[in-house]
Write a protein that binds this ligand. Structure first.
Ligand SMILES: N[C@@H](CCC(=O)N[C@@H](CS)C(=O)NCC(=O)O)C(=O)O
Length: 219
């Protein structure tokens, strides 16, 4: 069977998300790099894969997908085994909790944390745009409130959706990985259960493998 294809550089956050799940399930895959310098992601070929001209895009035979979380769910459903069950779709309540914390990542955690990553790493190091310290300070305040909720949750359960690792936990990986390369990484030290959870995520072989390809720009 031909390997599935992921379009986009592996160091990009949303591409890394998909790659982590492909590694978790042990799928055979190929990464097709996209050259942003020549706007390859806006080419007609790529727009046919992702009409928003973004990465990642994904191909499995005649199926073309975009949106990293949707691609990742497809991967988990396609390659589901008894050993790797990150969506818990066989259990209504567990699957609902996975959905809840996946939404929290996308709509509460990530909007608080990712501006800090953009302001402290991506903008100054990759785009020559100086850090806006006001945005960083406001985002840190938002993030602290989110982490207080996470600390309470993770003091009761090993992982966000319950006492099992899930899609929800691993979705936090790409942006948190880069956050840990910002000058604000020590913030997690104030939330011992969150810190221990993050260390459990980072200890997973799939995460170790993909994070090794994601060299953070120097802060
Ligand atoms: N919601 C999308 C976001 C995709 C996204 O923002 N991709 C960025 C790279 S991480 C991109 O392609 N940026 C270039 C552009 O928007 O032109 C997903 O999760 O896949």
């Amino acid at each position: 069977m031909a390997p599935v294809k992921v379009f986009g550089p592996a160091m990009s956050t949303n591409v890394a998300r998909v790659l982590v799940f492909l590694e978790e399930v042990g799928a055979d895959y190929e990464v097709v790099d996209m050259d942003f310098k020549v706007m390859e992601h806006k080419s007609p070929e790529h727009l046919a894969r992702n009409p928003f001209g973004q990465i990642p895009a994904f191909q499995d035979g005649d199926l073309l997908l975009f949106e990293s979380r949707a691609i990742s769910k497809y991967v988990l459903r396609k390659y589901k085994t008894g050993e790797v069950d990150l969506l818990r779709e066989g259990n209504l309540k567990e699957a609902a909790m996975v959905d809840v914390w996946t939404e929290v990542d996308a709509h509460t955690y990530n909007p608080a944390l990712s501006p800090i990553v953009y302001q402290c790493l991506f903008n100054p190091m990759m785009r020559g745009i100086p850090t806006d310290e006001k945005v960083v300070a406001e985002s840190l305040e938002k993030l602290k409130k989110v982490l207080e909720v996470y600390e309470a949750r993770l003091s009761q359960h090993e992982y966000l959706a319950g006492d099992f690792v899930s899609f929800a936990d691993l979705n936090h990986f790409p942006y948190t990985f880069y956050f840990m390369a910002t000058p604000h990484a020590a913030l997690f030290g104030s939330y011992p259960h969150v810190k221990a959870w993050w260390e459990r995520i980072m200890a997973r072989p799939a995460i170790k493998k993909i994070s090794a390809t994601m060299v953070p720009p120097k802060a």
